[in-house]
Design a protein around this ligand. Sequence first.
Ligand SMILES: [Zn+2]
Length: 354
Amino acid sequence: MNRFFLLILAPMLPLVGVQAQEPETLVADMVPVETVVDTHAADSISALRLRLQPKPIVSNPDTNNLTIIDTLDSGNEALRVILYSNNTWKYILDREVAKDSTVFEKYWNTTTLFPYREVDLSSMPQSIVIQLLDSVTSYHCPYQGSVHPHGKYGPRRHRQHQGIDLPLKTGDPIYATFSGRVRISQYNTGGYGNLVIIRHDNGLETYYGHLAERLVETNQWVEAGQIIGLGGSTGRSTGPHLHFETRYYGRAFDPERLIDFKNGILCRETFLLKKSFFNIHSNAAQDFDDEIANEEQDKHEIAEQAARRYHTIRQGDTLSTLATKYDTTVTNLCRLNGIKPNSIIRYGQKIRVK
Ligand SMILES: [Zn+2]
């Protein structure tokens, strides 16, 4: 039996299927790939394609300051209907009734940032379908804004940025992206500062770093759109921003694959998480020192570029007259322009002098 499936299937309850090579029955029945005879391949692939069509989902309206006026039965013991004072309503999962022990008990660690270290993803399928939304689960943008151009996910010089950075004003509310349970709410000395980590019903985890204030506690259940903290600049940070990460079994992938932060919308209801989205070679921890070093390097480069000066060669100019004129040396001019002291400079040529 494939060890990965044993480890991973139970917690992935909302999982509805996997990509073409691994028919849906594989997930449901936990049968290894080799033994499955796929008789419904065409059907399930087209059905899957249909579900994977990008479909923008707008945030739920905020219910944070609304009064609940009534709670109704839904016919399903685990589901309650909550009515709000502004005539909106939503389903709420009764956690006591609908206890899903697997997602929230297995690898449930309220002190370690990365509890999945021992999970081996080498036998993970090439892609996994994650149901982000259904009748019960909803979505809210963690913070609507533009991702900082230097705060995108991925390789930055020699290191990895494991999340995205969203500039904000200190005190701006930060929302739970999906419903779930708070696994970590603590001040992290490794760079995140005030950090909240939420594990969601769909098996994903979201990380919210540099918060000015945390408004939820460890083990607390949260709904999508609930305010979980206020944005800030705690930890290794150069200014107020939200450092936001999305992880699956501890492996980070680009949050912009899920969310259009500028417009605040979820890109799709069903997310095809490909193994290639993870950077397998990077370790789980985020290196904030490197983030700050990168930022300083950026500033240095921008300042250096802005300070550059050029001179257009006129009649009578020589490298030594230019060196005198711009208070520099012939050697320096040669270095800046990749030329030799005896190189011929032509009329009209642009020479960098600073
Ligand atoms: Zn960051």
